[in-house]
Write a new protein. Structure first.
Length: 318
């Protein structure tokens, strides 16, 4: 059996990839055709350091939270949750106390169950253009939501989310948003979202101004990063790998800009897509990067400085 890499491997790739591309981008010709799109989209995500109205803390096991830190206690959702010593037990406990523009800091550990999931009925309060709502791990990669997804699934609307998500990992769970705008997902990871028509990270229907930066995805899910019927979407310095998938008649690929207007995939890596014996019930192999347009047209999609390495399903499909 082929040896598989541990999740921590992706953190190492991302750190080195960031350094390589910082040097590379300094040397690039400022008249590059893709630069105008990059500058246009990046401008919408620029944000000065904000002074949040309040900061809340979450810890479900004081011993685990203090492994790399200090001052944590096992939380209780009836606590005030405004310090490590009076933390909430669950994410929803903190969400219930937040206002738009507040921050939640989560201590190291594994969090599961409905009280640690986000859905269209239980979600953080929306931020604003000047004060984004922030949900972050105390230490990048130290917080895993096991089976507890972050999915905002709607059928209409245009919500002003203004969410910034930092350093979290979803295991056996997925992250995606729809019918809203302005979400930044930074230094996050995910794996084994599931089989069939599901993505690991997604900017779904009618979402816009969504940024995935320095994130990684592996394991099971037909797309690792998907933008679908969306606009102004960036996948930057992200890493993807397809290990296994029961596609249930669907196509599979690494990263997809599906019927998107104004999309940018920049300095991304899709690697080791080389285990076809573990891909079942697949309609088509769509490669490391794909631009499908079966649902509606797509326009102005840019691929800049990406790598497809060791793939048995092809490179770029348009």
């Amino acid at each position: 059996m082929k040896a598989r890499l541990k999740p921590g491997f992706f953190h190492g790739i991302l750190k080195n990839w960031v350094l390589i591309n910082q040097a590379h981008n300094m040397r690039k010709n400022m008249k590059s055709p893709s630069l105008s799109l990059l500058l246009l989209l990046t401008a919408f995500f620029a944000m000065a350091e904000q002074a949040s109205a309040a900061t809340y803390y979450v810890c479900n096991n004081g011993v685990t939270c203090n492994a790399r830190s200090s001052g944590w206690v096992t939380g209780n959702d009836s606590n005030a949750c405004i310090a490590k010593g009076s933390a909430c037990l669950s994410l929803r406990g903190a969400i219930g106390k937040m206002q738009g523009g507040d921050t939640v800091i989560i201590g190291d550990g594994t969090y599961s169950g409905t009280n640690n999931s986000v859905d269209s009925s239980n979600y953080p309060p929306y931020g604003s253009s000047s004060t984004w709502t922030v949900i972050k791990a105390e230490y990048d990669g130290g917080v895993t939501f096991d089976g507890a997804s972050f999915i905002l699934d709607y059928t209409s609307g245009d919500r002003a989310y203004y969410y910034q998500i930092e350093g979290l990992v979803w295991a056996n769970a997925a992250f995606w948003v729809s019918y809203g705008h302005h979400v930044k997902v930074l230094r996050c990871g995910g794996y084994n979202a599931g089989s069939g028509n599901i993505e690991q990270f997604g900017a779904s229907q009618n979402s816009s101004y969504i940024l995935f930066e320095d994130c990684y995805a592996w394991g099971e899910a037909r797309y690792k990063f998907l933008a679908w019927k969306a606009s102004n979407i960036i996948f930057r310095r992200c890493v993807a790998r397809m290990d296994k998938e029961n596609a249930q008649g669907q196509n599979i690929a690494g990263m997809a800009m599906y019927s998107v207007t104004n999309g940018l995939v920049q300095n991304a890596i899709v690697l080791d897509m080389d285990t076809p014996n573990y891909w079942t019930n697949v309609s088509y192999y769509n490669g490391c990067f794909v631009v499908p347009v079966t649902m509606s047209p797509g326009y102005n999609i840019t691929f800049d400085g990406n790598i497809c390495l060791n793939s048995k399903m092809g490179g770029l499909w348009e």
